[in-house]
Design a protein around this ligand. Sequence first.
Ligand code: NAP
Length: 278
Amino acid sequence: MLKTGFIGAGTTGTALAVRLSQKGWPVVAVFSRTLSSAQKLAKRVPNCQPYHTAQELADVAEMVFITTPDDVIAQVCSEVHWHRGQSVLHCSGAHSVDILEPAKRLGAAVGSFHPLQTFADVDQAIANVPGSTFALEAEEPLLSTLKELAHLLNGNWVKLGSGDKVLYHAAAVFACNYLVTLVKLALDLWKDFGVSSKEATRALLPLLRGTLNNIDNIGLPDCLTGPVARGDLGTIKRHLDALESRSPSLLTTYKELGLQTIPIALAKARSMNRRQKK
Ligand SMILES: NC(=O)c1ccc[n+]([C@@H]2O[C@H](COP(=O)([O-])OP(=O)(O)OC[C@H]3O[C@@H](n4cnc5c(N)ncnc54)[C@H](OP(=O)(O)O)[C@@H]3O)[C@@H](O)[C@H]2O)c1
């Protein structure tokens, strides 16, 4: 097991440090832009010391996670004098390992370890880590170590090839961030007929959970319900008319999502036909 340090004591760094340490992985060092953040992380992790500089941390840790915001990973990496035998990782979903080139040039092994998860605050992040999938980029033997870490965190892993990372991250934006956007659009429509966002959220959450359960239990395309799946053109026409008169800014989005839904509905119809013939 490699003595491990974290540069960047935010939500992701703290969640990974806490969970790895709970599994017996030696998380021994933390450095952050502010000492108070490093001290906060160190308090949650037994035998973890806060350091005053990234270099001091890199001098004691065999494996270093750079868990700063994406935009400063390259700069942080370039300011440390890494050495052969050391492993340097980042957790960005959008960047490949290429931004760790300065560490590679100095002989360190480099990799990325991206938790495919949403971390809104530290406690929620710690709770959400187990069971997540981790997107890995690294060469052996570091790749095997990262698989071991994913396994320790009760998670799965997927290995990405070079050049796949940006598309992979765009997919995560669709499934996570734009789901939030879609809920916000639904809440706006509820506001239009006089229901507060709080009440509307309470009403929509069971629908959202039911949808996720159907995706999980039934899978695509059969989990699709609603007017496009049923071919209810009259209902769709009435939606379009209502949006045009009461919420025209949503019309383009509604139409585009409808168009993207048609192939799913057709695939569901084919799948049902196949089942009926059996
Ligand atoms: N949040 C998510 O949902 C999520 C999910 C998967 C992956 N990630 C990835 O995880 C990484 C961290 O994201 P995050 O959301 O955890 O960010 P975050 O909560 O904002 O934490 C970033 C931490 O980096 C520290 N920092 C900033 N500049 C620094 C510097 N120059 N040197 C040292 N420390 C510095 C900040 O320190 P101070 O507190 O000391 O100011 C902050 O605590 C990113 O690469 C992100 O893409 C995030």
